[in-house]
Design a protein around this ligand. Structure first.
Ligand code: MG
Ligand code: MG
Length: 300
């Protein structure tokens, strides 16, 4: 019955409404829970209905969903994950792994990309695909970003002078306004010259409205810091980004590299990006090389 009622509400609300000669569109998404099936506690019932609503909205607007027990389990699991992540951040359980970037001309390591890893005693390795969005949602991404920059710069100070450090930056770090001071402080504290640092950003940073990201990028570049366009080839990969921002490096997304041996189309994309990089005077990096044959192909 609740489902039938929900559907008719949704239908009724998705018709256009006429207000002062304009047609206006609204809509509804509905989640519901029922007693006594789901619970007999009123407060829990409302919470369950909310969970059903979130689940419906996640899936598609304009639909209805009834509560299912696994929605509560998923919500509880997320809360536990949040608590554990906060603990991990404050107790130093997040570690940085350093992925080498090797010159295909000389075979020498030129740079290391700092990659944050979370090893949880119970869950094992939690992937960044899970904890980075979580940190963003929890408002912790600035603290996480600061920690990574500080530790990685300190580490990089011990490397040979020609080896650079590359650090990934989240679009949210551009929004909050203290990215430049975070970077400068980390460099100063480690006594690392700005020329040895590269920041990797994705186009999501550039899609933000307004001048803000451009100003920050120009300032960072002005300090001598390198700028990589990460995961290139996925998303919109608008070429105007390469013209309008002072990038120093393009990183071809690993999905193209992974298919290099079986897919002529991936090879064509890679050739095109290398040509583009060369014409624009940018370094081109391929992500995720795992075999000698792929390295050889790319070198050629
Ligand atoms: Mg990266
Ligand atoms: Mg990448």
């Amino acid at each position: 019955q609740a489902e039938i009622a929900s559907r008719s509400i949704i239908r009724a609300l998705c018709r256009p409404f006429y207000v002062q000669g304009n047609s206006m569109y609204i809509g509804a998404t509905i989640g519901f829970a029922s007693a006594p099936n789901d619970t007999c506690d009123a407060e829990t019932l409302f919470r369950y209905a909310d969970l059903a609503l979130y689940s419906a909205k996640d899936e598609k607007r304009g639909i209805c969903r009834s509560f299912e027990a696994n929605m509560d389990a998923a919500a509880q699991a997320k809360i536990r994950l949040e608590i554990d992540f906060r603990k991990a951040l404050h107790c130093g359980q997040l570690h940085i792994h350093y992925q080498p970037l090797v010159s295909l001309q000389t075979g020498e390591i030129e740079c290391y990309e700092a990659l944050l890893r979370w090893f949880d005693p119970v869950r094992g390795y939690v992937t960044p695909d899970t904890f980075v969005p979580l940190a963003e949602e929890m408002g912790l991404i600035d603290a996480v970003g600061r920690m990574v920059l500080q530790s990685a710069c300190k580490e990089a100070k011990n490397w040979p002078k020609h080896v650079k450090l590359s650090v990934n930056v989240s679009p949210l770090q551009f929004r909050n306004g203290n990215l430049i001071s975070t970077v400068v402080n980390a460099l100063n504290a480690a006594e690392l010259p700005p020329e040895r640092l590269e920041l990797e950003i994705t186009e999501a940073v550039l899609m933000e409205k307004g001048q803000r990201p451009a100003t920050i990028i120009d300032n960072l570049r002005g300090l001598g810091i390198g700028l990589s366009l990460d995961d290139f080839g996925t998303g919109y990969s608008s070429l105007s980004y390469l013209l309008n921002y002072p990038f120093t490096k393009i990183k071809i997304d690993k999905s193209f590299i992974r298919n290099i041996e079986h897919e002529a189309k991936s090879r064509a994309v890679i050739r095109a990006v290398i040509g583009l990089g060369r014409s624009l005077g940018l370094t081109v990096t391929a992500e995720g090389i795992e075999s000698q044959s792929v390295a050889d192909y790319l070198r050629n």
